[in-house]
Design a protein around this ligand. Structure first.
Ligand code: ADP
Ligand code: ADP
Length: 227
């Protein structure tokens, strides 16, 4: 479980990006942070894996203050997917995914087998495995990004607008596949989007943020819709 205990982030220029955020992200569920641009979604996400540290309050991972965990150790248990998949351009798709298991000390053959299995799970045509990122569409690259984030089998997955840059039809199928994958994997997911429809479709729970970094609502989609 991820717990925001009165978390505040004030940047050096005085901008308060996140203001006294209190919420829990339950283990094995997908919680979506939704709200307009600038409401502190990315900042909230980045405090979980210590790309940024809070200026106030506490952020706990299974009860442990994340700022007491060194970032490499923390990130071993946290997959991270961003809007532009950020694949290594000079490595084949299979090797992009195998990189993480290799870093963990797996031998090359086993790491590649793991990569191929993951690519299949995220719905990528196996023919693409030997290609380079620039030869894939944006939607295919995002699938690879998800596979890479899952490579070390982290319990936590952070997803920052992962499908926002792909066209609507592909986006719908990526969303469907994420739901299918999550039904099997039960990761603890924090998913950030500005798209309320996406939030309602994907979230077990939806946290609505407003500009100024305050939590406006937090509930399951059915309850939010009924309001
Ligand atoms: P969102 O992801 O919801 O668009 P962000 O977390 O990116 O929101 O940003 C929240 C607020 O913090 C915005 O006003 C943004 O301009 C500001 N901000 C983000 N990063 C920085 C930074 N490094 N320095 C100063 N202000 C920042
Ligand atoms: P550097 O700037 O020293 O390369 P990065 O912050 O980019 O360090 O991180 C190094 C590696 O960790 C990169 O492969 C990057 O994709 C990955 N990474 C970066 N941030 C995170 C994160 N928050 N969680 C998991 N992996 C991350």
């Amino acid at each position: 479980m991820i717990t925001f205990n009165g978390v505040t982030k004030r940047y050096a220029d005085g901008t308060v990006a996140v203001d006294d955020l209190n919420l829990e992200v339950p283990t094995g569920e997908m919680t979506v942070f939704v709200g307009p641009s600038g409401c502190g979604k990315t900042t909230s996400l980045r405090m979980i894996n210590r790309m940024i540290d809070p200026s106030g309050g506490q952020l706990l991972l299974d009860g442990v203050d994340v700022t007491t965990i060194d970032p490499p150790t923390l990130r071993r248990g946290i997959g991270y997917v961003i809007q532009q998949a950020g694949l290594f351009p000079h490595r084949k798709i299979v090797d992009n995914v195998a990189t993480v298991p290799l870093l963990l000390g797996w031998d090359r053959k086993k790491a590649r087998a793991r990569a191929m299995e993951l690519l299949e799970r995220v719905g990528l045509d196996p023919k693409m495995a030997g290609r380079y990122p620039f030869q894939l569409s944006g939607g295919q690259q995002q699938r690879v990004g998800v596979a890479r984030a899952l490579a070390a089998d982290p319990p936590v997955l952070l997803m920052d607008e992962p499908f926002s840059a792909v066209d609507p039809i592909v986006r719908t199928s990526l969303q469907d596949e994420l739901l299918r994958l999550q039904a099997e994997l039960n990761k603890t997911i924090v998913f950030v989007t500005h798209d309320i429809d996406e939030a309602m479709k994907l979230g077990d729970r939806v946290a609505v943020l407003r500009v100024g970094g305050r939590l406006a609502q937090l509930d399951d989609p059915a309850t939010l819709l009924a309001r």
